[in-house]
Design a protein around this ligand. Structure first.
Ligand code: SAH
Ligand code: F3S
Length: 478
């Protein structure tokens, strides 16, 4: 499967670039979970880089260890707990080391973290990273420190993220934070707070800056990018108080895409994540209008059953979702889609499950990210519904959904064979050092032999002559 959640091998990977000669302390920073966490870590590194810390990926030399954590499923939290337990010996050998937890688990568990994990000295939620330098003064004095205040305004818009551990070709640019959707299964509205949009000027400035630094692709990030809204100087929540002129000149997501596409015409533009209920057809019209906006949309649906969608508080039906996909394909004929699917939600029947499989067949997704429902404390589903699907049934349904997606992916990849694609070179193939790895506009990964004169970040024409389930095999067209 593709990377949306940064691929397994990258989870927790240490990153090291942020360097200032005058800095004397070392930060070891690991990220878990979604792209937003990886992007937030770049903001954290930037703040700490201005406050005495260079990053390192050598644990032994760290003065400060920070884990940017994920709460989306129970397993994600277990992974972090296990990682923390590995630091115990280190702390014994070097008691001066500070261990901190950032992100969604910090926000969810708050002071409990300090009580439960004796090892942890510092707990900081996703909206409180500017406070890190102050909090570190407290830990330096031997006190535990915590800030988990959520904000309705914070977007870190003025902070230029330090690009960590990337390939120098692709970068994330955050455009919204938080989520107001309240899907009943989801912990994100509780851990990341209310939705807010970032000032488009600062977004465009960051994109231009990336282009000037040689980047070739940006992914605009948000929990729900389609509800992006900015009007003359205020966040979305104040829209009704805005003047008529401000409302008329508001920037919605389609308009933002237009502005970004024009500002950085040489850059490829992607975005994630879209939500069917907020997606406007104008977004697809922008994809059709601009060559540099990629023809790929990640459009989570979770289930193909109306009854389950209702219980999940997803604000659309199966029919509305399929209609949206149909219209999108009319506007952008060669568009591709990927999904998030969740099996085994409260009360899911065999019939509901079959509806999920039939919806997948109808859409023919290129990729999928599939999960088994994991009850999260404090969510509406936890409070009001019973997690009543036995583990073995969840597992079997998940296996069926994954197997079907495998078939669909293979079929979609076969559809790309026999044609020339523009591939952006993003790295070297893991399996063969003599081959490049890149993606086409539809986000399909393609590998092909390196030729003299080609380099990272080049866009090359590649003839695709074969495929595996998830990868295109090609050769450069000269
Ligand atoms: N809008 C977000 C969604 C975040 S959660 C985004 O930017 O991607 C990502 C996916 O995790 C969801 O789409 C859902 O399929 C899955 N997920 C969320 N809560 C879950 C839970 N309690 N159990 C299992 N999977 C869950
Ligand atoms: Fe979660 Fe639904 Fe928002 S999945 S992040 S509450 S769109």
């Amino acid at each position: 499967m593709q990377e949306k959640y940064i691929d397994e091998t990258k989870q927790g990977e240490a990153i090291a670039i942020a360097e200032k000669p005058e800095n004397t302390k070392k930060l070891f920073l690991e990220s878990y979970g979604c792209q937003m966490n990886f992007s937030d870590s770049e903001i954290v590194a930037s703040i700490l880089n201005d406050n005495g810390y260079n990053t390192t990926n050598n644990l032994e030399e760290a003065d400060l260890i920070l884990l940017n954590t994920c709460s989306i499923r129970e397993k994600a939290e277990q992974t972090v707990r296990m990682r923390l337990s590995q630091f115990k010996n280190l702390k014994k050998q070097k008691p001066s080391i500070t261990v901190g937890v950032l992100g969604c688990m910090a926000e969810r568990l708050k002071t409990k973290f300090l009580e439960e994990e004796q090892l942890v000295d510092l707990v900081v939620g996703p909206d409180a990273y500017r406070d890190l330098p102050n909090l570190l003064k407290e830990t330096d004095d031997g006190r535990d420190a915590i800030n988990v205040i959520l904000s309705k305004e914070e977007t870190y818009g003025d902070i230029n993220p330090v690009r960590l551990g990337g390939n120098g070709v692709t970068a994330f640019v955050t455009i919204t934070r938080g989520c107001d959707n309240m899907c009943t299964f989801c912990v994100v509205p509780f851990t990341r707070g209310r939705e807010r949009s970032r000032d488009p000027h600062s977004i465009i400035k960051e994109c231009i800056n990336l282009a000037e630094n040689g980047y070739k692709e940006i992914t605009l990030l948000g929990q729900n990018v389609d509800s992006y809204l900015w009007f003359g100087g205020g966040p979305k929540k104040d829209f009704n108080k805005a003047t008529e002129m401000q409302q008329l000149t508001a920037v919605n997501f389609a308009k933002l895409l237009d502005l970004v596409a024009l500002a950085v015409p040489e850059m490829r533009i992607r975005f994630s994540t879209s939500n069917p209920q907020d997606m406007d057809l104008d977004v697809f019209r922008m994809i059709a209008k601009h060559n540099n906006i990629c023809k790929y949309v990640h459009l989570p649906v979770q289930s193909g059953s109306n009854e389950i969608l209702r219980k999940m508080n997803r604000q659309h039906t199966r029919e509305e979702y399929l209609e949206l996909i149909k219209k999108a394909k009319e506007i952008v004929p060669d568009i591709s889609f990927s999904q998030d699917m969740m099996v085994g939600f409260c009360g899911e029947t065999e019939e509901d499950h079959q509806q999920t499989l039939s919806l997948m067949r109808e859409v023919e997704y290129d990729y999928g990210y599939m999960f088994s429902y994991s009850e999260r404390p404090g969510t509406p589903a936890h409070k009001k519904m019973e997690d009543n699907i036995p583990a073995d049934i969840k597992q079997r349904r998940l296996a069926e959904v994954i197997a079907l997606q495998g078939e669909l992916s293979r079929k979609r990849m076969e559809g790309y064979v026999g044609k020339i694609h523009e591939i952006l070179i993003e790295g070297i193939s893991k399996k063969n050092k003599n081959q490049w790895k890149g993606r086409n506009s539809q986000n399909a990964v393609c590998v092909f032999d390196k030729l003299d004169g080609q380099k990272l970040g080049d866009k090359v024409s590649v003839f695709v002559h074969g495929n595996t389930q998830g990868t295109l095999l090609g050769e450069t067209v000269l």
